[in-house]
Design a protein around this ligand. Structure first.
Ligand SMILES: Cc1ncc(COP(=O)(O)O)c(C=O)c1O
Length: 305
């Protein structure tokens, strides 16, 4: 069984479903996943007679919640993984976009026991159409013939079979990009990071303007320090029907957070993605969103909430 932070990036649920791997969500808090909750979940799964094998999380600016796992929790999570014999799948497409001086060490960099499989992406740092990423998987795997290879070598063989290799065009472009920047992704992403930070600030400022503190509007939001997303709590059920009405009648779209919760939840939350919009468009988008929210009748929370 795969344990996963919840709410979670939809890709992990899709991948688990494709491979018929059962997945169990562990609710995160404002500071991401609580390592003790991971230990409790692993034991609960074992008590059911199942085997918790791995844990998926996005420790830096999680999609969808924007949370960042503090350093002490990173260290404790590695201890819990050792105690509970879990492999950690660290998915980190957004870590490069921290403010200067605020970067956290990756779980992989703290991993003395080779418990962490690290997943990186060039989509956000180089360009989205590349559809190219990378994996650090230095665990040793011994196959039925007794041959020992790294997990990365084993997986790259499997990947070549499943996908017939990644596009050579994409690989050439990303290869050139890496050579040009001396294999350092931080330098070329520094400017991009500033762009995303400006967009995050514009989103937070526009929200504060539309929903002033001290007024009774029933709207609140988190304040991530980076990444591409933030979460807004609204006083009505924010499902796909509401989203469609928002897009059609107010020309602003968002994602219902309930889509990201693995075991239910988030029915009155929406995910705002701001990475692709200039500050002017963000202000206009938040103004439209505010009209939509103010004109949507409040409802009483349903039982499932
Ligand atoms: C947490 C997370 N992992 C993975 C991906 C996918 O990255 P890529 O574009 O490299 O497929 C995304 C993209 O949104 C993401 O948010």
């Amino acid at each position: 069984m795969l344990l996963s932070v919840s709410p979670a990036y939809v890709g992990i649920r899709g991948a688990a479903r494709m491979l018929d791997i059962p997945i169990r969500g562990i609710l995160e808090g404002p500071d991401g996943l609580d390592p003790e909750a991971v230990a409790v979940a692993a034991r609960a799964v074992r008590a059911e007679g199942k085997r918790p094998v791995a844990l998926y999380l996005v420790p830096d600016f999680s999609n969808p919640s924007g949370t960042v796992l503090p350093l002490a929790a990173r260290e404790r999570l590695l201890e819990v993984a050792a105690q509970e014999d879990l492999v950690i799948l660290e998915d980190n497409p957004y870590g490069l976009f921290a403010r200067d001086g605020e970067s956290m060490p990756t779980l992989k960099s703290l991993d003395a026991e080779r418990r962490v499989v690290y997943l990186g992406s060039f989509s956000k740092s180089a360009f989205p159409g590349a559809r190219l990423g990378y994996m650090i998987a230095d665990q040793e795997v011994t196959d039925s013939t007794g041959t020992t290879r790294t997990l990365a070598q084993t997986l790259s063989k499997a990947k070549a079979m499943y996908t017939v290799g990644s596009s050579t065009l994409s690989q050439a472009v990303i290869g050139g990009y890496l050579v040009e920047y001396g294999y350092d992704l931080r330098t070329p992403t520094r400017e991009l990071a500033a762009v995303y930070q400006e967009r995050l600030s514009a989103t937070l400022a526009a929200l504060a303007e539309e929903f002033p503190a001290g007024q009774e509007h029933g709207v609140s939001w988190n304040t991530p320090r980076g990444g591409f997303f933030l979460t807004l709590t609204v006083p009505f059920t924010a499902d796909l029907t509401a989203m469609e009405r928002s897009a059609r009648d107010y020309r602003v779209s968002w994602a219902p957070m309930s889509m990201f919760y693995l075991d239910g939840g988030g029915h009155r939350e929406i995910r705002l993605g701001f990475s692709n919009l200039a500050p002017e468009a963000i202000r206009e988008g938040i103004a439209r969103l505010a009209r939509f929210i103010k004109e949507t009748p409040r409802d009483t929370p349903q039982e499932h909430e």
